[in-house]
Design a protein around this ligand. Sequence first.
Ligand SMILES: NC(=O)c1ccc[n+]([C@@H]2O[C@H](COP(=O)([O-])OP(=O)(O)OC[C@H]3O[C@@H](n4cnc5c(N)ncnc54)[C@H](O)[C@@H]3O)[C@@H](O)[C@H]2O)c1
Length: 254
Amino acid sequence: MSKLLDGEVAIITGSTSGMGEAIARRFAKEGAAVVINGTNEERGSRIEYEIVKEGGNAAFFKADVSSASEVEAMVEFALGKFSKLSVLVPNAGILGNGLATEITLETWDKTIGVNLNGVYYLCRYGLPKLIEAGGGKVVVNASIASFKSFPQHPAYCASKGALIPFMKNIAQDYAVHNIRANALCPGPVDTPLIWDSVKAFPNADSIIEETIGMTCVGRLGTPEDVAEAAVFFASDQSSFITGASLTIDGGIMT
Ligand SMILES: NC(=O)c1ccc[n+]([C@@H]2O[C@H](COP(=O)([O-])OP(=O)(O)OC[C@H]3O[C@@H](n4cnc5c(N)ncnc54)[C@H](O)[C@@H]3O)[C@@H](O)[C@H]2O)c1
């Protein structure tokens, strides 16, 4: 039986935990070969092993997405390993929390470096390979913070806000090469990142409860909720959709 992503080769950055991991596992189940990426070698190798054990096709590549040369090397690795590249999922992200006047310049630069430059670098080096493959898909993991401020996360909001017009620009300029670009915009999703964002506060649990209260559906999202949408954007199911941003937020933005 044919699967939704048969024959696709995808790089998913930041896929050693959370949504990236769920996307990598789901893509592999749908027939794609996946390059798993992150800076944690032990987790990356374990996820690779588990996907392959279940009959999927996966390879881990350790790279810091804020380094252009490491991202370029990852793209070459994907080509060497799987002979083509057709789907880019720039997903890696960090929070860099603190008031705008209180975060260090290093925190600002690092957050922009991972969340914005990391997305650009994957497109910079990956898009020519998608063109060589005859087309492809870019699925950017942005956030509802692309549209709505998230207190004490100035660099996060700035970086996520910039991703939407960047994604639209890719959609516009590369449509001629049969490439579509879209953005996932998750709300609160139960991953290590959301717990990191509240752990500094003594009332971490009540902050999460309040956040859940802001949704219409009354729960946090799961990484799998987002992986479903990523499959949709990476597959022909969304063949007439490009330049779009999909909120996956349990209704917070309604
Ligand atoms: N969890 C949420 O509520 C939420 C909401 C909206 C958007 N997001 C976005 O979703 C994406 C995935 O986050 P998550 O919630 O799954 O959190 P997560 O912390 O589980 O995943 C982030 C991943 O990025 C990796 N990473 C961090 N810095 C990296 C670097 N320099 N190079 C390579 N990999 C790096 C981490 O190792 C990790 O695997 C992020 O872009 C995040 O901003 C998360």
